[in-house]
Design a protein around this ligand. Structure first.
Ligand SMILES: Nc1ncnc2c1ncn2[C@@H]1O[C@H](COP(=O)(O)OP(=O)(O)OP(=O)(O)O)[C@@H](O)[C@H]1O
Ligand SMILES: Cc1cn([C@H]2C[C@H](O)[C@@H](COP(=O)(O)O)O2)c(=O)[nH]c1=O
Length: 219
C-alpha cells in the first residue's frame, strides 16, 4: 500500500462532525495532499441509492445492516481502495463503526453477524488484513445536547427521529468500539465551542502523525 490515509469521523447525529470537514480538507490540501471527501452510507451512485432507502424506509435490522454493508462494499471497491492506492487522503463521514453503533447497539442487532459482514466486506486483502481507517475521530456528545442542536436545523430523517434512548445506546456503542480499539480512535469532546472542537481535531491529527507529508511518518 502507498501513503494513503484513511480518516473517518463518527458520532451520534448532531454531534457536529460534518461542521469540520471543510477545514480538515483545507488542512490536508495546504500540505499538498489530494483529498477524497466522501460519506457512508454513500459515496458512489449505487451506495447513494441505498442510502436513500436506509434513511427513508422502515426495515428490520438485518435488512438495514445488509444494505449498509452492500453500500460499503461498492464504496470500498469503487472509491476508497483506489484512492488509498494513489496515496490520497480519504476523509469519510462515518464507516463501519456506525454500523456497530446504530444497528448493533442502537437496534440491538447481533454483533457477531455484523463482524461476519465486516470480514466479508472489508477482508479479502490477504496479508493486508481487514480494511480499517488509520484514524477515527469520535465526536462524543450527550444525546440531549445533540437533539437540541438538531432541533430546527433540518427535517429529521429516520434515524434523527429516534428517541433519546436510542441515541444513548448508539453513544454507548461508540464508546465500546473506541475502548476496543484505542489506538485507532481519538475521542473529541464535542460539547465545546466549534473553535475548541476544531483545536482538538487539529491536535489529534498532529498527534497521530496524519499531517506528515506523504512519504513521511506512517499514520
Ligand atoms: N460545537 C458546536 N456548538 C454548537 N453547535 C454546533 C457545534 N458544532 C456543530 N453545531 C451545530 O449542530 C448542528 C449539527 O452539526 P453537524 O451537522 O456538523 O453534525 P453531524 O455530526 O454532522 O450530524 P449528522 O451526523 O446528523 O449529519 C448544526 O446545526 C451545527 O451548526
Ligand atoms: C454508515 C451508517 C450510518 N448510519 C446512519 C447514521 C446516520 O443517522 C445516517 C447517516 O446520516 P448522516 O447525516 O450522513 O450522518 O445513517 C447507520 O445507521 N449505519 C451505518 O452503517
Amino acid at each position: 500500500m502507498s501513503d494513503g490515509l484513511f480518516l473517518t469521523l463518527e458520532g451520534i447525529d448532531g454531534a457536529g462532525k460534518s461542521s469540520h470537514l471543510d477545514a480538515m480538507e483545507a488542512l490536508f490540501k495546504a500540505r499538498g495532499r489530494t483529498v477524497v471527501r466522501t460519506r457512508e452510507p454513500g459515496g458512489t451512485p449505487l451506495a447513494e441509492t441505498l442510502r436513500g432507502l436506509v434513511l427513508e424506509q422502515a426495515m428490520d435490522p438485518l435488512a438495514e445492516s445488509l444494505l449498509v454493508f452492500a453500500a460499503r462494499r461498492d464504496h470500498i471497491v469503487q472509491v476508497i481502495e483506489p484512492a488509498l492506492a494513489r496515496g490520497d487522503v480519504v476523509l469519510c463521514d462515518r464507516f463501519t463503526d456506525a454500523t456497530f453503533a446504530y444497528q448493533g447497539a442502537g437496534r440491538d442487532f447481533d454483533t457477531q453477524v455484523l463482524s461476519t459482514l465486516e470480514q466479508w466486506v472489508q477482508g479479502g486483502r490477504g496479508a493486508a488484513g481487514l480494511l480499517q481507517p488509520h484514524v477515527t475521530l469520535w465526536f462524543d456528545l450527550a444525546p440531549e445536547i445533540a437533539a437540541e442542536r438538531l432541533a430546527g436545523a433540518r427535517l429529521p430523517d429516520k434515524f434523527e427521529s429516534q428517541p433519546v434512548e436510542f441515541f444513548r445506546r448508539v453513544a454507548a456503542g461508540y464508546a465500546a468500539r473506541a475502548a476496543a480499539d484505542a489506538q485507532r480512535f481519538v475521542r473529541i469532546d464535542a460539547s465545546q465551542t466549534r473553535d475548541q472542537v476544531w483545536q482538538q481535531v487539529e491536535t489529534a491529527l498532529v498527534a497521530r502523525g496524519a499531517l506528515a507529508p506523504a512519504g513521511g511518518a506512517a499514520p
